[in-house]
Design a protein around this ligand. Structure first.
Ligand SMILES: Cc1cc2nc3c(=O)[nH]c(=O)nc-3n(C[C@H](O)[C@H](O)[C@H](O)COP(=O)(O)OP(=O)(O)OC[C@H]3O[C@@H](n4cnc5c(N)ncnc54)[C@H](O)[C@@H]3O)c2cc1C
Length: 281
């Protein structure tokens, strides 16, 4: 009988502090670009709309959707078959490029969904975002599920690069006024910094990659310059994959982090296209 066993982990992890998983119906939606706006030198905000957005739901700040890009010269991506086993395409159909992105802001009343694209050198997502114009089509699938992280920690640590800024911005928007947050965000330079909206007591440390010697992981170095408050904290990390792994290890080894209270993801991997790595227990 399960109820008789008291595992050590449960002493620390009260039920209220366990993340909750929510599943959603998986659907493919073909949306239309309504607006394309440059937020910073390395960030494009694309606003999508259309009747297919009906019923879209994204309750988790780090939810992700799959974006299906039209091939260059094509007006729309082909419609895939989505099942629990993944994405497939009818025989003979050319597979479009598919990449993971965060639903930055969904407005069900206006019928719009915003996605923020970090621009880097090459890749179908970056290239598409650079040229995006109203009227163009983009396919989306998901979110398939959400991971609802508890709020009741003494404080919250959010660490990430540009690709994580949409999720970090969402978390800051949802945390209540009595929450305490430290953000460590890596961008190219000062012009790439964003302004966050939050009720929480947030301290944002911007780390400029431009100034870092090549070969170093600026976020890992920056970790040692931050004063950690007392108390239990939840650490959420998303950035380049090997940096995410290093940050997780450093938090556990040097900053008293509870491995159960860390969610670390590789949102991309240097030299490899379309990667999503998880380093959770
Ligand atoms: C769950 C999840 C949510 C994400 N949310 C967002 C989001 O909201 N906004 C966002 O911008 N990104 C987000 N990403 C990251 C995004 O999916 C990747 O950056 C993706 O690789 C971009 O696709 P691409 O076609 O531009 O480049 P790819 O074709 O995948 O890669 C081409 C080359 O560029 C490199 N590369 C990829 N990304 C970067 C980068 N950011 N900086 C430098 N080099 C890079 C690759 O290593 C590869 O060598 C998310 C990823 C995950 C897993």
């Amino acid at each position: 009988m399960r109820g008789f066993h008291h595992h050590d982990s449960q002493k620390e992890s009260t039920p209220e502090r366990r993340p909750r998983r929510v599943r959603h119906e998986l659907r493919f939606r073909l949306l239309e670009v309504r607006n394309a706006e440059r937020l910073t030198p390395h960030m494009m905000r694309i606003t999508l709309g259309g009747g297919d957005l009906e019923g879209f739901h994204s309750p988790g700040f780090d939810d992700h959707i799959k974006l299906f890009f039209p091939a260059p010269g094509e007006e729309a991506p082909p419609r895939p078959d989505l099942s629990e086993r993944g994405v497939s395409f009818p025989a003979g159909q050319v597979h479009p490029a598919v990449r993971d992105f965060t639903p930055r802001h969904h407005d069900p009343v206006a019928g719009t969904l915003q996605i923020d694209f970090a621009l880097h050198e090459t890749g179908p997502a970056s290239e598409w975002a650079r040229q995006a114009r109203p009227g163009q089509k983009l396919g989306i699938g998901g979110p398939r599920g959400s991971f609802i992280l508890p709020m009741d920690f003494d404080w919250h640590l959010l660490i990430g690069d540009e690709t994580a800024l949409p999720a970090i911005a969402r978390r800051l928007e949802e945390l209540p006024a009595d929450a305490r947050v430290i953000v460590l965000a890596e961008v190219d330079g000062e012009a790439d910094e964003l302004t966050f909206g939050t009720q929480a007591a947030a301290t944002v440390h911007w780390v400029h990659r431009g100034a870092a010697p090549s070969g170093t992981a600026p976020l890992v170095e920056a970790l040692n310059t931050v004063a950690f408050p007392e108390g239990h904290y939840y650490a959420w990390i998303a950035c380049e994959s090997s940096s995410a792994k290093c940050l997780r290890q450093a938090l556990i080894a040097e900053h008293g982090a509870n491995p159960k209270w860390i969610r670390a993801s590789g949102y991309w991997r240097r030299g490899t296209a379309g990667v999503h790595d998880s380093f959770d227990e």
